[in-house]
Design a protein around this ligand. Structure first.
Ligand code: SF4
Length: 173
């Protein structure tokens, strides 16, 4: 096990010890730019909405998952840019997808903000045409969200739900 993998494992264990329920819009899902197929001409790195969801890589599937759950998505084009966005006031928790080395940098750079780290799949080697275990990613998103949001309900149902922060506070009282 590398030092980065160790940091990621310890971090996730610590984060999972205390569930922090947040509204979907307070959760940022950070994707690595290498998730985009290397031959894809779309400017997904500038704006994920430029993805045509053609099915040639997993960006489209991840965006559909994020859309169902109502969470924000950003593709990290550089470590410092990603950190800047994650540190923003509107973001309360982060689910980050990347290799262990990048995840370690992200976890340390956004501390003490909770970051649940999901290691990517690298069938073609590092930084090229990477993939993701969608069920692991969904599980990480669900961990931070209110259960009804995690089940894939529409974002507008959120208004009818009790504030998950309040629910969490009661749960931990
Ligand atoms: S799903 Fe298609 S359009 Fe979207 S990033 Fe992948 S290859 Fe490009």
């Amino acid at each position: 096990m590398t030092v980065s993998e160790l940091v990621v494992g310890v971090n996730n264990w610590l984060v999972r010890r205390r569930r922090r329920g947040v509204r979907p819009e307070a959760l940022l899902l950070l994707l690595p730019s290498c998730l985009q197929r290397s031959g894809c001409p779309r400017s997904v790195r500038t704006d994920v909405e430029n993805c045509q969801r053609c099915g040639r890589c997993q960006v489209g599937e991840v965006l559909e998952l994020a859309e169902r759950m109502g969470v924000r998505v950003s593709m990290a084009t550089g470590g410092e840019l990603a950190l800047e966005e994650a540190r923003g006031d509107a973001v309360r928790v982060v689910v980050a997808l990347a290799c262990a080395k990048e995840l370690r940098a992200g976890i340390l750079g956004t501390w003490p903000k909770p970051v649940l780290a999901v290691e990517n799949e690298r069938p073609h080697g590092p930084c090229k045409d990477t993939g993701v275990d969608l069920s692991a990613l969904k599980s990480a998103l669900e961990f931070f969200l209110d259960r009804s949001a995690a089940a894939g309900s529409a974002a507008d149902e959120d208004a009818a739900r009790p504030d998950p922060d309040d629910a969490c506070a009661k749960e931990n009282a």
